[in-house]
Design a protein around this ligand. Structure first.
Ligand SMILES: [Zn+2]
Ligand SMILES: [Zn+2]
Length: 148
């Protein structure tokens, strides 16, 4: 598809630089996922934006590795990370319209806001949610959302 090469709406990547990406187009508000899989993958809560998968362009992928996350409730999910530095980057439900991108991997300023919390039913006990954002026991009901 046609892209404006000079003006990505976001750039980001891993700690060491062996995974870099550009996103040309709209990003969804950030969702904090408290599920047990995101907790282990990120070492804490998973904070994700999402975009239509064709808008995500990998500009450096020599470090990118995909883990098939058979533990996820959603079928056919792959989690992308950097095999060199260990950064957690992507939540990819294959075959769905959107891919989720770890918000912390985006170069600031992101211009994004956090919208809600999901999977409170799997939240662990060492922290407390102190904001007033909507909380959901499980996934977000909007089935078309990349990270639900
Ligand atoms: Zn890296
Ligand atoms: Zn999760």
């Amino acid at each position: 598809m046609e892209r404006e090469k000079s003006n990505p709406s976001a750039t980001g990547g891993c700690l060491c630089g062996k995974v870099r990406y550009e996103i040309v187009g709209e990003l969804m508000p950030v969702i904090n996922c408290h599920c047990s899989k995101c907790r282990r993958f990120h070492g804490h809560v998973g904070a994700y934006t999402a975009t239509r998968r064709e808008l995500l362009v990998l500009t450096e992928e020599s470090g990118l590795k995909w883990y098939r996350s058979i533990q996820d409730e959603t079928p056919d999910v792959y989690r992308g990370f950097c095999k060199e530095c260990g950064s957690s980057l992507f939540w990819d439900p294959r075959g769905k319209e959107r891919i989720s991108v770890a918000a912390g991997s985006i170069d600031p300023p992101t211009g994004l806001n956090t919208e809600r919390h999901v999977w409170l039913s799997q939240k662990t006990d060492y922290y407390t949610i102190t904001d007033d954002l909507p909380c959901h026991e499980e996934r977000l009901a909007r089935a078309d959302r990349g990270k639900a």
